[in-house]
Write a protein that binds this ligand. Structure first.
Ligand SMILES: Nc1ncnc2c1ncn2[C@@H]1O[C@H](COP(=O)(O)OP(=O)(O)OP(=O)(O)O)[C@@H](O)[C@H]1O
Ligand SMILES: [Mg+2]
Length: 112
């Protein structure tokens, strides 16, 4: 699956561009997974959710990560389930059928 990552200076339009591109591609008939990794996520609003619906989207839980050690004894984190299963279980639907995933939300100071 092709991947597009949007990065840049604060307030430069990353979320607006990412959300608009995601909606246009989804309207064109492609399956789109949108991942908001911002600590204060707001991509859902750009994807067409209300403020309340966007705030109610639950982040992907840490419990999907499996921790073990590699051959050199170093800590290793792997995904315990397939990416498609993550989307099926945790993605929120949005008006243009973009499937929204949240990760990285910080709910209060010291919780990051
Ligand atoms: N092309 C544009 N022309 C004018 N205003 C824009 C444009 N793109 C975004 N904006 C406005 O600029 C502000 C910041 O946009 P946005 O939230 O997309 O930026 P961001 O890079 O995601 O910000 P942050 O770093 O806070 O996540 C918003 O108020 C948005 O409506
Ligand atoms: Mg942003």
């Amino acid at each position: 699956m092709p991947t597009i990552a949007i990065a840049g200076k604060g307030g430069s339009g990353k979320t607006t561009i990412a959300g608009t591109m995601a909606r246009l591609i989804a309207r064109g008939g492609r399956e789109v997974w949108a991942i908001d990794a911002d600590s204060t996520p707001n991509l859902g609003i750009t994807l067409g959710l209300s403020r309340d619906a966007s705030a109610a989207v639950q982040p992907i839980p840490r419990s999907i990560l499996h921790e073990d050690k590699d051959d050199e004894g170093k800590r290793r984190l792997t995904l315990g389930i397939s990416p498609a299963a993550v989307v099926d279980q945790y993605a929120a639907p949005t008006p243009d059928a973009v499937r929204l995933l949240l990760m990285g939300r910080v709910d209060h100071a010291g919780a990051g």
